[in-house]
Design a protein around this ligand. Structure first.
Ligand code: GUN
Ligand code: ZN
Length: 429
């Protein structure tokens, strides 16, 4: 692929806004990004880069804000069709909507259709990388990676494993089949093109200890894979886990006991943590996927982002669709802001943006994405900061780029995403 020059506003982090505040990002009102195939070659001022590269074709995005694509650090692509389903609590919601829908992905043609629809929705919403759960069916994993490969997307995913009788017949495997099928899938997909495999025990309540042990062993054999699961989402879920694992002092211990903790672990939710769990998560460098729209939608609770961040936890942002109620990482940032407000912290827009890009990318150990910087992969979006009349009338009063961006964070959706580039190819706009 050839070189191309994108013009627009640019906003690039040079440091961590949780440490350095908004000064951690550099804004250019008339910036430029030089792409060389699937990579970012240079980021600078429009006039300077045009003069330096007079023969490179130019796409002028005007006032559009060029950013890295969003990274969704925890979602369930099989649940796309049941997003925003009315329900009560987590376990009712899983039994009433999620499990019946996941059974339908036994049909490989349906799995392929949902995978393609999910990734097209992601691109429309400016999400260029996702870490997704699949279902128990190997074909659901094949479908997701195949659809991502066709679009050139960097994704991570894995076969969801459940062998306890708390999971319904039809969505149940065994410790051995979970190990064997996960292993076969990771041998095919991990590191192929832009794919990363994530070993995926759904959560302790649907796995036997034998299954957690088998998946811990598989991860020890393939330590460069990710491992994703759920942790301490709801208080009644925690009571359920402690009843099932009487020799474990807390929820996290059910994973630790089987080697399911470490730097490449991504724990979804992690809301109701004990002091010991917090300390262990920080100590081991495990990742936490904050799922704010899901946590309000299913009524799970208020994640302690400020406290965990200050303690040194590694945190990214995620939709958790279909438990999350929206595909938009903008809406997800807005919900993270609201939850932090309810806990007494006003997150700055720079912190919200960082979580949705570089923070989530780091959680996935994908340092090549989530950054607007030379050498990074060219997964980019262009935001229209006046995408609806309501946003536009507020944005006209903005005194700086953060004030201009914040109304889009709070009120924006896929209409705010003017363009999406995946590995330098324009797939939206
Ligand atoms: N815990 C276990 N499985 C799920 C799921 O699919 N969604 C959510 N939100 N929580 C879970
Ligand atoms: Zn989830």
């Amino acid at each position: 692929m050839d070189r191309q020059l994108l013009l627009g506003q640019t906003l690039a982090f040079t440091a961590d806004p949780f440490a350095d505040g908004p000064a951690a990002a550099r804004h250019s009102a008339r910036g430029a990004v030089l792409l060389d195939g699937g990579q970012i070659a240079e980021v600078g001022e429009a006039d300077a880069l045009r003069a330096a590269h007079p023969d490179v074709p130019v796409t002028d995005h005007g006032q559009g804000l060029i950013l890295p694509g969003f990274v969704d650090a925890h979602m369930h692509y099989p649940q796309t069709g049941i997003v925003a389903s009315w329900g009560k609590r987590l376990i009712d919601w899983l039994n009433g909507y999620t499990f019946p829908e996941e059974m339908k992905l036994a049909d490989p043609a349906y799995a392929a259709e949902v995978a393609e629809r999910t990734l097209d929705l992601a691109i429309a919403h400016g999400t260029t990388t996702l870490l997704s759960y699949c279902t128990i069916h190997p074909a659901s994993v094949e479908a997701f990676f195949t659809a991502a490969e066709a679009r050139g997307m960097r994704v991570a995913a894995g076969r969801t494993c459940m062998d306890r009788d708390t999971a319904p017949e039809g969505l149940r495997d065994t410790a051995q089949s979970a190990y064997d099928e996960s292993k076969a899938l990771l041998e095919t997909w991990h590191g192929r093109g832009r794919a990363t495999y994530a070993i995926t025990p759904r959560f302790s309540p649907t796995s036997t200890e034998a299954q957690l042990e088998a998946l811990g062993a598989l991860w020890a054999e393939h330590p460069d894979c990710l491992m994703q699961t759920h942790l301490s989402e709801q208080t009644d879920e925690i009571d359920w886990v402690l009843g099932m694992y009487p020799d474990c002092e807390d929820y996290l211990a059910t994973y630790e006991k089987h080697g399911l903790i470490g730097e490449r672990a991504v724990f979804g939710h992690a809301i109701h943590l004990t002091e010991r769990e917090r300390a262990r998560l920080v100590e081991t460098g495990a990742g936490l996927a904050h799922c704010p729209t899901s946590n309000t939608f299913i009524g799970s609770g208020l994640f302690d982002l400020a406290g965990l961040q200050a303690a040194g936890a590694r945190i990214g942002l995620a939709t958790d669709t279909g438990g999350g109620s929206n595909f938009s990482m903008l809406r997800t940032m807005g919900a993270a802001y609201e939850i932090a407000q309810l806990r007494g912290t006003a997150l700055h827009p720079s912190q919200l943006l960082w979580l949705a890009t570089e923070g989530s990318a780091r959680l996935l150990h994908q340092e090549g994405i989530g950054r607007l910087a030379p050498g990074a992969e060219a997964d980019l979006i262009v935001l229209d900061l006046a995408s609806t009349p309501a946003i536009a009338q507020r944005a006209t009063r903005a005194g700086d780029i953060w004030e201009a961006l914040f109304p889009t964070i709070m009120m924006g959706d896929d209409r705010a995403v003017a363009a999406t580039y995946v590995a330098g190819r324009r797939l939206k706009g």
